[in-house]
Design a protein around this ligand. Structure first.
Ligand SMILES: NC(=O)c1ccc[n+]([C@@H]2O[C@H](COP(=O)([O-])OP(=O)(O)OC[C@H]3O[C@@H](n4cnc5c(N)ncnc54)[C@H](OP(=O)(O)O)[C@@H]3O)[C@@H](O)[C@H]2O)c1
Length: 276
């Protein structure tokens, strides 16, 4: 899947629910109207029906991404198991296709690495979905550099989805060199640290640079992620999420914010808030 297919910025649908701030369908439509194509969900977000409804009639404008493998535990809130065995992969994909109301998922991710199932087995089953026309391209999320290389050896991996923001830069340690070597696109999730970096009282450097550009702290944080492509020489697509049309527009506008080398250096050197 070519870099251009991803667009400059994606739309993270994780928080979309009926009854959230704005009508969720209107938020997705605002994203598409603003030129965003990638809409990212997962079976674990428990909103695939809603996302499917939101893109109905506009399917051709969307690069539809979903994920499998993360299964919530009933007994412990927020805790999950990982399922990545071939039979589960096939079953999860069928269920996502049905909930989304589509014939094909454009980008299908393994949501988290499995300590039990060798990644080649998982990717082998995912490749089978490509061969059947149920999935167009494959992605990996929350994996190691070794996982990514082994996965890629079994089938091309179009996208690696990992957390990346000015205050959360683990991806730079090992994964980026694997990405550069393989030509995989980085989809940078939670680019404002789940919203923390939108606050205007936590990160003085973001506030100060924002004031100079007439931008918010969150827009500067997002612009920092947009600059990763040129800084690291690998394809990077930031994936912010919102439930509000006004925030969607602010996030899209951040893609046009040009930060100077000096500002980027200052942001790199700023301590920021560290939220793991
Ligand atoms: N692969 C993975 O393991 C993984 C993990 C987490 C997330 N993701 C993906 O990444 C996407 C984004 O993640 P995220 O939602 O955790 O992080 P995020 O985009 O960094 O932050 C979202 C938070 O910021 C707020 N926000 C968004 N735009 C804003 C704006 N312009 N001004 C003020 N507040 C704003 C949102 O609230 P409002 O709704 O009020 O705007 C929400 O609370 C998800 O939707 C999902 O697709 C993937």
């Amino acid at each position: 899947m070519a870099r251009d297919a991803f667009g400059r910025q994606g739309f993270g649908a994780m928080r979309l629910r009926e009854g959230t701030a704005d009508d969720p369908v209107a938020v997705v439509h605002a994203a598409l109207d603003a030129g965003i194509s990638m809409v990212d969900t997962a079976d674990a977000y428990q909103n695939e029906e809603l996302v499917g409804r939101a893109i109905r009639g506009r399917r051709h404008e969307v690069l539809l991404a979903s994920k499998f493998g993360l299964v919530w535990r009933a007994e412990v809130a927020g805790d999950f198991d990982v399922r990545a065995d071939p039979a589960y992969v096939r079953q999860a994909c069928e269920a996502s296709l049905r909930r989304l109301g589509v014939d094909e998922i454009d980008l299908y991710y393994l949501h988290a690495r499995s300590a039990q199932v060798p990644i080649e087995e998982t990717v082998g089953a995912m490749a089978g979905l490509v061969a059947q026309g149920k999935v167009r391209a494959l992605g990996m999320s929350n994996v190691t550099a070794e996982d990514l290389r082994r996965a890629y050896a079994a089938h091309p991996i179009a996208a690696l989805q990992e957390r990346w923001s000015v205050d959360h830069r683990d991806i730079e340690q090992e994964l980026l060199s694997a990405v550069a070597e393989l030509g995989t696109v980085v989809v940078a999730h939670s680019p404002t640290s789940h919203g923390l970096l939108h606050r205007d009282d936590l990160h003085p450097v973001l506030d100060e640079i924002g004031a100079k550009h007439g931008a918010t702290a969150g827009q500067v944080a997002l612009a920092w992620v947009h600059h990763r492509q040129q800084v690291h020489g690998v394809p990077v697509v930031p994936l912010p999420g919102t439930t509000r049309v006004s925030h969607l527009h602010a996030n899209v506008a951040a893609a046009d914010l040009v930060l100077s080398d000096d500002e980027l250096r200052r942001l790199d050197g700023s301590t920021g808030v560290d939220v793991q």
